[in-house]
Ligand binder design. Structure first.
Ligand code: IMP
Ligand code: MG
Length: 200
């Protein structure tokens, strides 16, 4: 596995420290309120598990799985729900937990969709935010780390479903994907309409 990596961007210890800080902010902000954490499968599994354990407030956890549609390799912001929430969020305080914001299209769709269900509030917590992401108007209340516009893997993030189990965030060496699709094309699969879909 080591030979595939270019660099460790964020170590296990740095992740742990930052997630503890975010959890303390969330504890303070939501004191006395009923909070539902909504994780976006599959990338947010690691951050959700660690964040939830660092939060001291009683929270419930729910999950959504979505796939983005686009033409070619660009996300169009058209998102399909593959797995919806189990519970009703009407009147509840909701915090969406996501691995990374890139263009912001996926999260803005998701936030709009959740807002239409009349929750008391919807906020977003992302582990990573690419600096270029600022262009899309998604309000992110809690950000773990701002990173450069590089393709990253590990701690939930994948390249073609691999590397999610790395305990740190890293960048891939080019030879690790030179034989296959580029990271931007990963998991893009043609469908009969000529669109592609990417499971988050
Ligand atoms: P957006 O709609 O462009 O913000 O896309 C965000 C989604 O694309 C994330 O939830 C990830 O699933 C995926 N993604 C974006 N950048 C990366 C990356 O560097 N590594 C792995 N997945 C990424
Ligand atoms: Mg994702």
């Amino acid at each position: 596995m080591g030979a595939d990596l270019l660099e460790v961007l964020i170590s296990r210890e740095e992740l742990d420290t930052r997630i503890t800080e975010l959890a303390a902010e969330i504890d303070a902000d939501y004191a006395g309120r009923e909070l539902i954490l909504i994780g976006v499968l599959k990338g947010a599994v690691m951050v959700m598990a660690d964040l939830a354990r660092a939060i001291h407030l009683p929270v419930s956890m729910d999950w959504m799985a979505i796939s983005s549609y686009g033409s070619g390799t660009t996300s169009s912001g058209v998102v399909r729900i593959l797995k919806d929430l189990d519970a009703d969020i009407g009147g509840k305080h909701v915090l969406v937990v996501e691995d990374i914001v890139d263009s912001g299209l996926t999260l803005s769709y998701l936030v709009n969709n959740l807002q239409s269900r009349d929750p008391a509030s919807v906020e977003v917590c992302v582990l990573l935010r690419k600096r270029a992401a600022a262009q899309m108007s998604v309000k992110v209340a809690y950000t773990g780390f701002e990173i450069d516009d590089k393709f990253v893997i590990g701690y939930g993030l994948d390249y073609a479903e691999r590397y999610r189990n790395l305990p740190f965030v890293g960048t891939l060496a080019p030879h690790a994907y030179s034989a296959g699709p580029t990271p931007d094309q990963q998991e893009n699969r043609a469908d009969p309409e000529g669109n592609t879909s990417e499971v988050e």
